[in-house]
Design a binder for this molecule. Structure first.
Ligand code: FAD
Length: 307
């Protein structure tokens, strides 16, 4: 691959794909600036502090099947990476295969923060037009979800992402109902596509509480997408409490989050992009933390950039 010594790259988005692309391009000699609209890094690999708990309301865990990703994640985070031991079950209570489900001890967004150490990142920097960056940069790489990137590039999106409503529910009392033995229930295609107990992530949940995260299925999410996130908890509480056998009287509080562009169900094929504008992200592979990182890493390694 050609040496990129002195070439200036702007990367839009400091999620896993953007961070991996930035690292790889820097290693080829490029001068890279990451531009992120939010205050923090990680994008959909998102965590937040809430009521004294640390919650992953985006990616729940990540796999480390690929040796390159495993090496990078371990080098950046070391012993802060922990493996979830308890099973994920289907709706009938049968355990699903486990190739290793990993979390960052302090919140999954910390994975992104650690992987980004040493990179130049401007946060709270929202880009509206990618082309205007070409006055200052030789290449612009957008890692914003493709429909947003298409807007930034002024091209037809053609592909949409699936939405996902997320709800976080806290209950008084530790390890309520069926939470102790099971980390999560996964029933893709149903309203309760995913529910998980955050207490399985050590040190994240305050003593004397049980906290559950629910990710609603596509049909349910589309139906309620435009409602206020503040109204989501009331919609899902009865379903969550029934599945986990948690008494409604233990309810302590909740919040909802709208992921309008949550994931793709198959890799997308890009149209021809304008010169010097590039897209990379999970949508080119699979909507997984590991795949987003790999997409960025491989893009940086294998792309031959015209001057
Ligand atoms: C609810 C949910 C649950 C998930 N669960 C899992 C899971 O359990 N395991 C797993 O492996 N994966 C999971 N995923 C998928 C995983 O989170 C994503 O595949 C991965 O994080 C995508 O990374 P990315 O870098 O491609 O995109 P993103 O993380 O979306 O990063 C894009 C970045 O671009 C920024 N941006 C966007 N527009 C602009 C702009 N105009 N200017 C500047 N910055 C901009 C955004 O703020 C964001 O930081 C889940 C995703 C969701 C939404």
């Amino acid at each position: 691959m050609n040496n990129l010594s002195g070439k200036r790259f702007a990367i839009i988005g400091a999620g896993l794909a953007g961070i991996a692309a930035a690292r790889g391009l820097s290693q080829r000699g490029a001068v890279v600036t990451l531009l992120e609209k939010s205050r923090g890094y990680g994008g959909r690999c998102a965590s937040k502090r809430w009521e004294g708990h640390v919650i992953d309301h985006g990616a729940q865990y990540f796999t480390m099947r690929d040796e390159r990703f495993r090496e990078a994640a371990l080098a950046a985070c070391g012993e802060a990476l922990e493996r979830l031991e308890k099973p994920v079950c289907d709706e009938n209570g049968h355990e699903l295969p486990d190739s290793g489900r990993w979390i960052h001890r302090d919140g999954n967004s910390r994975l992104a923060r650690e992987l980004a150490k040493g990179l130049e990142i401007r946060t709270e920097c929202q880009i509206d037009k990618a082309r205007s960056l070409l006055a200052d940069f030789d290449h612009v790489v957008s890692t914003a979800p493709w429909p947003q990137t298409a807007q930034l590039f002024d091209v037809e999106p053609a592909f949409d992402y699936l939405p996902c409503l997320a709800v976080v529910l806290a209950y008084h009392g530790e390890w309520l109902g069926r939470t102790r033995e099971t980390y999560a229930y996964s029933s893709p295609g149903t309203a309760m596509a995913w529910t998980a107990c955050e207490n399985h992530k050590p040190g994240r949940i305050k003593p004397d509480f049980t906290v559950l995260v629910a990710h609603l299925g596509e049909v349910f999410s589309r139906r309620h997408l435009e409602e206020s996130p503040a109204d989501y908890p009331a919609l899902v509480r009865p379903m969550v409490e029934e599945r986990w056998e948690i008494p409604a009287s233990a309810f302590a509080g909740a919040f909802g989050h709208r992921w309008r562009l949550a994931r793709v169900d198959a890799p997308i094929t890009l149209p021809t992009l304008p010169p010097r504008l590039h897209f990379v992200g999970d949508a080119l592979r699979r909507s997984r933390v590991e795949d987003a990182w790999l997409a960025g890493h491989l893009f940086a390694q294998n792309t031959s950039f015209e001057s």
